[in-house]
Design a protein around this ligand. Structure first.
Ligand SMILES: NC(=O)c1ccc[n+]([C@@H]2O[C@H](COP(=O)([O-])OP(=O)(O)OC[C@H]3O[C@@H](n4cnc5c(N)ncnc54)[C@H](O)[C@@H]3O)[C@@H](O)[C@H]2O)c1
Length: 489
C-alpha cells in the first residue's frame, strides 16, 4: 500500500508542522481540528512557514506554492475518509486519544493506517481502541517538526510489520530520519536522554559542582549546545518534573528515573524557568550567564604528559608543590579500588583528582578536585598544568566517581544499554535518536566506544559502591560489552 493522501488530526504546534512536512513531501494533505479557530490558525501557520522557508532559500518559491496547493483545511474527522494514513497530533490525554482513534477507525475504514504522535502514552493502549491494532503505529516527531529531522516509528504490541514499513516510508518521504522503537516508556530518544537532566540534578544535590559549572563542563567538555540546567529552564522546570514523574510512575518506581526533590522545590517556589523569568538561572534584561571562554588552541602534548594518569606527577619545577594527578575518580577502578579522590588518596596533600573525556589528548575541558588533605598549592599547580595544555579547567567543590561529565555520560551509556537489552531499539538507532532528536554531539554508544565500556562500567560500579544506590547498577549489556570489548580502550 502506498500513501498519496495523508490526514492530520489536530492543528496545533505539532499538527501544523507535520502537515507542512507532508505537503513538502508531495502528499495530498488534509488538516483538521475540532476547534475552528485552532484549525484556521494551524492552516495559516503551514502556509506562512512554507513562504518563510522559500524566503530563506530552504526550498524554491515554486515548491512552496505547490506545497500550499496540496493542503486542504477540513472541518470534520469524516473528511479524512480516503486518506491512506492519518497522523494524530491531539492533546496528550489517553482517553481523548482512544476516543479519537475509535472515531478515526470508523471514518477511515479498516485499511487506513492510523499513527499517533504521542510522546508519553503507550501506543498499544491507543491502538486497542481502534479495534484493528495491527494498523496503528506511533510516529513521534520532535518539536519543531520542520527543523528536527528525527521520527521515531513506534511499534505497538500488535502493530503489523507492513504498518511499520509504511510509516517508515512516509517519514522518509517527509525527508525525516526514521528510527524504529518498541512501545515503552519514553521510546528511544526521551528515555535515552533522561540521565542528562536527572544526573545533573543529583550532582547538584550532592554539591559535587554548581549549576554554572555543571552546565559549562557539559558545554565545553562534552560539546553539548546547552547545559542540563539551561535546558530544564527552557523546557520548564514544571514540565521537566512532570516528565520525570511520568517515567517513575509508569515504571512502578524505577530508581534511575526517580525525580529529584530540587525540581519540586523550584516548582513550589514558582521558579519555573525562562517562562517565569527565574529557574536555575535568573532571566532579566541581560544574558542569564557569562559567555563561555573561547576555545584555546591546544599546544599539544609531550608523550610524558599523556601517561595513563594514575599516580603520575605534573607541574615539575614550578616550585609550588608537585601534585600527584589521579585520573578521574572511578576510571581506574580496575587498578584502584574506590572511585572518589577522598577514597583513593585520603591523606595525600599533593593528590589532585582530574577527569578529561574521552581522553586527555582530545578533551577540551578538564575537571579537577581536591581530596580531604589536598594542599591549595597542589590544586593550583594542577590547574595551571592543564591550562598550559590548552584545556578549559573547572575546579569542583565536591568529589564523586566520574566527576561531572563522566557521571552524566556514563549514565547515558548505561540507560542506552538497558534500552537495547530490553529490545526497545538498536544501538545505531539510539545514537541517531539522541543526535537528531536532542542535538547530542555523540550518541551514547559513540560515547561508550570513545571512553571504553570498561571505564564506563568502572564509574558505575564506583558510584554504586560509594552511594549504595540501585540507580547506578550497570545494565547487563554494558557488563557483557565491557567483558568482551577488544578495542583496548
Ligand atoms: N509540543 C511538543 O514539543 C511535542 C513534541 C512531540 C510530540 N508531542 C505530542 O504531540 C501531540 C500534540 O501536541 P501539541 O504540542 O501539538 O499540542 P497543541 O495543544 O499545540 O495542539 C493540539 C491540538 O489538538 C486539537 N484537538 C483537541 N481535541 C482534539 C481531537 N479530539 N481531535 C483532533 N484534534 C484535537 C486542539 O484544538 C489543538 O489545536 C501530543 O500528543 C504531544 O504529546 C508534542
Amino acid at each position: 500500500m502506498t500513501v498519496e493522501r495523508l490526514g492530520v488530526a489536530g492543528a496545533g504546534t505539532m499538527g501544523a508542522g507535520i502537515a507542512q512536512l507532508a505537503c513538502l513531501g508531495e502528499l495530498e494533505t488534509r488538516l483538521t481540528d475540532p476547534d475552528p479557530a485552532a484549525l484556521a490558525a494551524g492552516g495559516e501557520r503551514v502556509r506562512a512557514d512554507l513562504d518563510r522557508g522559500a524566503e530563506r532559500g530552504r526550498w524554491s518559491e515554486g515548491d512552496a506554492e505547490a506545497a500550499k496547493d496540496r493542503l486542504a483545511i477540513v472541518p470534520e474527522l469524516d473528511d479524512l475518509a480516503g486518506c491512506e494514513l492519518v497522523i494524530e497530533a491531539a492533546p496528550e490525554r489517553l482517553e481523548l486519544k482512544r476516543e479519537l482513534f475509535a472515531t478515526l477507525a470508523a471514518a477511515c475504514g479498516p485499511e487506513a493506517v492510523l499513527a499517533s504522535n504521542t510522546s508519553s502514552l503507550f501506543v498499544t493502549a491507543i491502538a486497542a481502541a481502534s479495534k484493528r491494532p495491527g494498523r496503528v503505529v506511533g510516529m513521534h516527531f520532535f518539536n519543531p517538526p520542520a527543523l528536527m529531522p528525527l521520527v521515531e516509528v513506534v511499534a505497538g504490541d500488535q502493530t503489523a510489520p507492513a504498518t511499520l514499513d509504511l510509516a517508515t516510508t512516509v517519514a522518509e518521504r517527509m525527508r525525516r530520519t526514521p528510527v524504529r522503537a518498541a512501545d515503552g516508556i519514553g521510546f528511544l530518544a526521551n528515555r535515552g536522554a533522561r540521565p542528562f537532566s536527572l544526573e545533573a540534578l543529583r550532582l547538584l544535590g550532592e554539591r559535587v559542582a554548581t549549576v554554572d559549572q555543571i552546565d559549562r563542563i557539559v558545554r565545553i567538555g562534552g560539546g553539548y549546545r546547552m547545559g542540563p540546567f539551561e535546558l530544564i529552564d527552557l523546557i520548564g522546570v514544571d514540565v521537566n518534573l512532570g516528565v520525570a514523574r511520568s517515567f517513575h510512575e509508569q515504571s512502578f518506581g524505577e530508581p534511575r528515573w526517580r525525580p529529584h526533590p530540587l525540581q519540586q522545590r523550584l516548582v513550589a517556589a514558582g521558579r519555573l524557568g525562562r517562562k517565569a523569568g527565574r529557574g536555575f538561572y535568573e532571566y532579566g534584561d541581560g544574558p542569564h550567564r557569562a559567555d563561555d571562554p573561547e576555545p584555546v588552541a591546544s599546544p599539544g602534548h609531550s608523550p610524558e604528559e599523556e601517561g595513563d594518569g594514575g599516580g603520575r606527577r605534573a607541574g615539575e619545577g614550578d616550585g609550588e608543590g608537585t601534585p600527584t594527578l589521579i585520573e578521574g575518580a572511578g576510571f581506574r577502578a580496575h587498578s584502584l579500588e574506590r572511585g572518589s579522590l577522598a577514597a583513593l588518596a585520603p591523606n595525600d596533600a599533593l593528590a589532585v583528582g582530574f577527569l578529561a573525556l574521552p581522553d586527555l589528548a582530545t578533551a577540551t575541558a578538564v575537571e579537577i578536585n581536591a581530596g580531604p588533605a589536598t594542599a591549595y598549592d597542589a590544586l593550583g599547580a594542577a590547574g595551571r598544568h592543564f591550562a598550559a595544555l590548552g584545556k578549559h579547567v573547572e575546579c569542583l567543590p565536591g568529589d564523586a566517581p566520574g566527576m561531572v561529565l563522566g557521571r552524566i555520560v556514563c549514565q547515558l551509556v548505561n540507560e542506552a544499554c538497558f534500552a537495547v537489552g530490553e529490545g526497545v531499539g538498536s544501538r545505531e538507532d539510539l545514537d541517531t535518536a539522541l543526535r537528531l532528536g536532542f542535538n547530542h554531539p555523540r550518541g551514547p554508544f559513540e560515547w561508550g566506544r570513545a571512553i571504553g565500556p570498561e571505564r564506563v562500567l568502572a564509574v558505575l560500579d564506583a558510584l554504586a559502591a560509594e552511594l549504595g544506590q540501585e540507580r547506578y547498577r550497570a545494565a547487563p549489556l554494558l557488563r557483557r560489552w565491557a567483558a568482551t570489548d577488544q578495542s583496548g580502550s
